[in-house]
Design a protein around this ligand. Structure first.
Ligand code: RUQ
Ligand code: CUA
Length: 659
């Protein structure tokens, strides 16, 4: 790798010296091209648009970021599981409900795997789902608004990592326990009773085909292994979903060693269609399970949180013929399905090969009864009966694979920090390229769907070290952009990302851009505290609660002078942005509020809560530079002592009323 880096540097130097032409011909052989050529391939002229959207998970930021490819320009960060002071998400009264869980309000999570909704196995650009790993949840983001509109908590689950992955027509989205725990809710037992009391759980969530709304359909109890990743089948395997598992050793301490003993762990294949039928026909039993279902109601512009109870739990014994273990070396991480649905590719973190199972061989093995043992009612198929190839010499630590639809697969390899391209026909490596440094996931545009568009590949690497100007001991995680349209992979660019992107999705821009909304229609705003005209703005006292019904339009708030608030009051600013022009945003913040600002897009109503604790004069102002007179967009609230008798009054200029 060191050598290659030197070579790269040398090439760059030559390119600068005007010798790029001499090296252009080398690209085919080396996977490296001159800097000028690479620059041209990522260049999107000012005012022009990118060819693809890329959605990168935020990892421990809890969010999802939106980029353009090939320019690698950041468009937006969509808040999902974490409070976001930039937008007021998780701070405004309307959005707080999105972060409610059975453990209370949680301002953070660890988001891993975004997945786009699909129609006929193809990304359709309607929604994107992403999992929260820590307090198990799945979120759905509406891609007309690029906003989180739903978060569903998963009960009886520890670490929802094998998520979110959807079936070919988004019938189901899946979750699973990465850390097995007792499925019996809140059970207080010794950790040493792992084998007796701990369980794995798979969660099947039904998705409404029209609205996208999720509904926890049922769970399946499975042996207490760690379920790491999942993929639903496609085409021939479209009725199946595949989960990787590790820790078949059932260790509960020092997993680094204890969970690395077995030569093989498993891929768990589940016929989701048959499981869903069984659940619908009454299989399983109802067990306790407390979880929150939070939905953003677009009509009233507010998150509605519902606490739900109980879940249907099925046993593998009730799913005879619908669940099989495929032995897989060694502590597999990713499992990925090729566009035909025939190949099931695992990434054994500690394996020396990339094992490839075949779906038709799996079917044959089932028909032949090639079963080596049965665990908790789940038959274990013979490894040799299902395996169709092992990619030799893939590098150390293969993790994740994507496909180009032309017969090649691309696997990220963590320890040797490279991407290997291999043939699905010969299972031989045909190309490899360095990743800087320690690659985790990779994403090829549409490369996890039935119709990959082999243009770009992003490698999501874990450490930047010397790639960028140093910014102290903590550097942002980088990504590398490769061109995969030719025979050889070509590194085009590297760029720092936000949070720690685990996985990403890439989609042709035209599948989304035409549907993106520009404003919210004021006429459709059904928020209970909407103020449609400045003339309707007012301040009302209801006991200790003061409600400010406020409007914002360039460049003033109505009202902007408010008196009669007392220490001990709870003040709600219900602000409606009256603008109906694309991208004219106002915000509001008030001195001393233990809160963030709120940002309002055109036509939207949001509420900022404020509990003043001291008397005095409190300025508030618009936080978004909205117009030439943005600096003038401000106001004052007078806060008096309790019982001071100052009457509620309000005004803006001469237009407001006062009483
Ligand atoms: S992980 S580096 Cu959360 Cu998907 Cu594999
Ligand atoms: Cu409104 Cu600045």
């Amino acid at each position: 790798m060191k050598l290659n880096r030197k070579l790269n540097a040398a090439l760059a130097t030559f390119a600068v010296a005007g010798m790029s032409v001499a090296f252009a011909g080398c690209a085919g052989e080396t996977g490296m091209i001159a800097a000028g050529d690479a620059a041209e391939r990522v260049y999107v002229a000012p005012g022009e648009h990118d060819e693809f959207y890329a959605f990168l998970s935020g990892g421990y930021s809890g969010q999802l970021s939106v980029w353009g490819l090939p320019s690698a320009r950041l468009f937006r960060v969509i808040p999902v599981f974490s409070q976001d002071p930039e937008s007021g998400y998780g701070y405004s009264e309307e959005s707080k409900g999105m972060l409610q869980t059975s453990y209370g309000f949680i301002p953070w999570d660890d988001s891993h795997h975004p997945v786009l909704s699909r129609t006929n196995g193809t990304a359709d650009g309607r929604w994107i789902f992403i999992n929260g790993n820590n307090t198990p949840r799945i979120a759905r983001i509406d891609l007309t608004k690029f906003e989180t509109v739903e978060i569903l908590e998963l009960p009886n689950t520890g670490g929802n990592h094998a998520s979110s992955f959807v079936t070919e027509n988004t019938e189901y989205v899946f979750g699973a326990s990465r850390f097995s725990i007792p499925v019996e809710q809140d059970l207080d037992v010794s950790i040493d009773s792992y084998r007796e009391n701990f369980d794995g759980a798979l969660t099947f969530i039904r998705v409404d085909p029209e609205s996208g709304e999720m509904e926890l359909d049922f769970q399946v109890q499975v042996p207490p292994y760690h379920y790491d990743l999942a993929r639903s089948g496609m085409g021939v395997s479209g009725d199946w979903v595949f989960f990787t598992s590790y820790n078949t050793e059932q260790a509960h301490t020092l997993l680094e060693i204890e969970a690395s003993r077995n030569d093989k762990d498993f891929i768990l294949a589940v016929n989701w269609r048959r499981a869903a039928e069984a659940a619908a026909n009454g299989a399983g039993r109802d067990v306790p399970g407390t979880y929150f279902h939070n939905r953003y109601d677009p009509g009233v512009g507010t998150a509605v949180s519902e606490q739900k109870q109980g879940v249907r739990l099925l046993q593998p014994s009730e799913l005879q013929g619908a669940m099989y273990f495929l032995p897989t070396p060694k502590s597999p991480h990713g499992v990925d399905i090729d566009p035909t649905g025939e190949y099931i590719v695992a990434g054994g973190k500690l394996a020396t090969v990339i094992p490839v199972h075949s779906f038709s061989r799996m079917q044959q093995a089932i028909a032949d009864g090639a079963i080596v043992e049965t665990i908790m009612g789940i038959p274990v198929l013979d490894y040799d009966a299902t395996i169709v190839g092992e990619v030799q010499n893939p590098g150390l630590g293969p993790l994740h694979t994507e496909f180009d639809g032309r017969g090649y697969a691309y696997t990220s390899v963590y320890i040797s920090s490279e991407i290997v391209k291999w043939s699905l026909e010969t299972f031989e490596v045909v190309d490899r390229i360095d990743a800087y440094y320690s690659i985790g996931h990779l994403m090829l545009t549409h490369g996890d769907t039935r119709d990959p568009q082999p243009r770009y590949l992003i490698g999501l690497t874990k450490t930047a070290r010397d790639r960028f100007l140093p910014v102290g001991p903590k550097q942002n995680h980088p990504a590398q952009l490769y061109d995969v349209s030719g025979d050889r992979m070509v590194l085009l660019k590297d760029f720092p990302t936000i949070g720690e992107p685990h996985y990403a999705q890439g989609i042709r821009a035209d599948l989304i851009s035409g549907n993106a909304r520009r404003i919210y229609e004021l006429s459709e705003n059904q928020h209970p505290q909407v103020t449609r005209r400045p003339g309707d703005a007012r301040v009302e006292r209801e006991g200790k609660v003061v409600r400010v019904y406020m409007t914002s339009i360039r460049s003033h708030f109505t009202p902007d002078n408010i008196e009669g608030v007392e220490v001990g009051d709870t003040v709600y600013f219900h602000v409606t942005n009256l603008e109906q022009d694309w991208d004219v945003t106002h915000g509001i913040a008030i001195k001393g509020a233990t809160n963030a600002e709120i940002i309002l897009v055109p036509g939207q109503t949001k509420t900022l809560k404020w509990v003043p604790t001291r008397t005095g004069i409190y300025p508030f102002y618009c936080t978004a530079f909205c117009s030439a007179l943005h600096q003038e967009m401000q106001g004052y609230v007078r806060v008096s002592a309790p019982g001071s008798g100052v009457p509620i009054s309000w005004r803006t200029g001469t237009r407001g009323s006062s009483n």
